[in-house]
Design a protein around this ligand. Sequence first.
Ligand SMILES: [Zn+2]
Ligand SMILES: [Zn+2]
Ligand SMILES: [Zn+2]
Ligand SMILES: [Zn+2]
Length: 249
Amino acid sequence: MTETIRVFAGDCTITTDGDTKRRRRGEVVAVLKPDDTLLVHDVDGYQPVEWLTRAETAHASLDGDTFTLVAATSDRRVRVDCHTCYGISRYPGSKAGIPVGICPDCDSALTRARGTVSCLGRGREYSIPRHARVGDDSCECGLPTMYVERGAELELCLDRGCGTILDAVGERFDREWDCPECGGDLRILRRGGIIAGCDRYPDCDTGFGVPNGGIVDSCACGLPVFRTPTGRRCLNTDCEEFEDNDSAT
Ligand SMILES: [Zn+2]
Ligand SMILES: [Zn+2]
Ligand SMILES: [Zn+2]
Ligand SMILES: [Zn+2]
């Protein structure tokens, strides 16, 4: 995803809300971000002299050697009128994420911001589960691997082409548990999310979503107990035999 940060420098008058009391002039640098945030910096401190975060409208007009910037929301407006321009430039910009490795295709840095790992070399982006931990290990393809808790800690390549979560959960837990209704094997399959569904479908339509989290115990019903982000529970959310004996651990 290529985005552009624009930078404008010059001797400018900055007017806020059209109010003459809030009019200032100086040699400043204005930064216009792809999300229409406008920041105007002078020589002092870290704080902008004037700013508008995620304006509803923001535009720059160039007139000969000078520029005008206007950013506005429904109740605020910041205007920058340049008298003498020192420079206008545009740079490729990205989110500043946590470095997680090197792209095997182009040797650029891979960074993680929330649920996305992206290559700063304008390469691919990989969306990853929110709880995934990106470790120091790498896949045969060269990409870093991530660790996802789904019954067990599963190591997966960032690239689903090297293997999906469904494959990894299946490899570990396919036919691992018995159907509490009929005793058939529970198979790992995708129906919306990842589920453990009875092998005797459609004669038996028992099926349970496989939650995020690790298996920490087994329930009196025979199914595993998961520690999920919201607490411990039986694979069967409606299980009547499940007792939360969390104090034991
Ligand atoms: Zn790359
Ligand atoms: Zn891979
Ligand atoms: Zn069954
Ligand atoms: Zn149970």
